[in-house]
Design a protein around this ligand. Structure first.
Ligand SMILES: [Zn+2]
Length: 131
């Protein structure tokens, strides 16, 4: 499955498609830049997703607080159960380097796409219409 195919599939899930970056997330990404965000994504995947055994699997990814967390939920890369369900990556086995990189690439693709869809314009429209 390519990244484009994965993103298309995620869009069809109301639950996954309901996740979006907050203004705070956007400001944070703008301040840090993509290379830093990508490094954070690598760290999170390495520590919270890659190990064979994760004691709190299913609860290791907060719903907000970092753009990568939001991306993980949006991309079904939040826990090993979701990775298995969506990408057929078996639980109980450490992720390979290629799998880790694949997850990071998907998360970054989602974040970049999300950044291009600026929702601020939409908010302005609502305010104008309410007058
Ligand atoms: Zn999950």
């Amino acid at each position: 499955m390519t990244i484009g195919q994965a993103l298309d599939r995620l869009k069809k899930s109301d639950f996954r498609a309901g996740f979006h970056l907050s203004q705070k997330d956007r400001a944070y990404i703008e301040k840090k830049g993509y290379p830093v965000i990508q490094q954070h994504a690598r760290d999170f995947v390495q520590k919270r997703l890659a190990p064979a055994q994760i004691p709190n699997d299913g609860k290791q990814t907060p719903m907000r607080g970092h753009p990568v967390f939001v991306a993980q939920h949006a991309c079904a890369c939040c826990c090993r159960r979701c990775l298995e369900k969506w990408y057929h990556i078996p639980q109980g086995v450490e992720l390979t380097e290629a799998q880790k990189e694949g997850v990071v690439n998907l998360l970054m693709a989602w974040i970049v796409r999300e950044m291009k869809q600026d929702r601020r314009e939409y908010n302005v429209e609502i305010k104008t219409a309410a007058k």
